[in-house]
Design a protein. Sequence first.
Lengths: 49, 234
Amino acid sequence: MGSVIAAYSAAWIILMAYLLSLGARQRKLQQALERLEQAAESLRAAHVR
Amino acid sequence: MSGAAKSRWFAGAAAATLALLLIALYWALIGAPTEATMGTIQRIFYYHVPAAFSAWVAFGLNAAASAWYLARRSPKADALAVAGAEVGLAFLSVNLISGPIWAHPVWGVWWVWDARLTLTLAMWVMYASYLILRQLTPPGSLQPRLAAALSMFFAADIPIDYMAIRWWRTQHPAPVLFGGPDSGLAPRMLVALLWSLAAFLALAGLLMWMRYRQALAQDELTRRRQQQLLAQEA
């Protein structure tokens, strides 16, 4: 049973680690997009002035 | 589809996938009978085989999306190709790790260089190099074209890997499904395998969807950055 648990655990660890890495990348992308929006906003404001 | 509808759809799909994974786990560990020759260790089969199958499907999608990209230069096709390669690699890693854990007590060795195992390892190296190439080349029109062209070559390994245990005599066991008159599974083992297959394919689909959306968002970010640079220069 030890080998089965090892194989199943390895599978869950790999797939969940990948899922978590996708979540982390998504958050980074979201933050980068928000920063870009803010920069674009300030650029527009500077042009108006 | 609106943003809220997409979120609802995604939450529903994630919940259904989790339910499938739990059902599959029950069938793999409890529902399926213990195999007569190998005993409990044969239960690795219910993760080992669906992981390989999901990887093949993901790599197949990568090849189809690459062909679509080469024909139409669609950013959506490129995003789908990245998603297929990355998710396929994750599932193939599961297959390549669970295999030796199963092989060691049964064969007495962790690894043999037979056709199936070698072709599977070669496939892992190919798609890892595909993703490294994408990371190392700067974003632009050449990167997806180069990756798509490479993907066309790499895809040839998918049917050869699938057929390896049918074409050649290997240390790896003969196929239990679609392997001729001598192949087959006990009915409850087949049910367990089908649940696992459904769960793994659902998870692969969900992960590919997430990665696909992310690749499109990354493209959008790059495009907006370029626009902003142009606006600053103007």
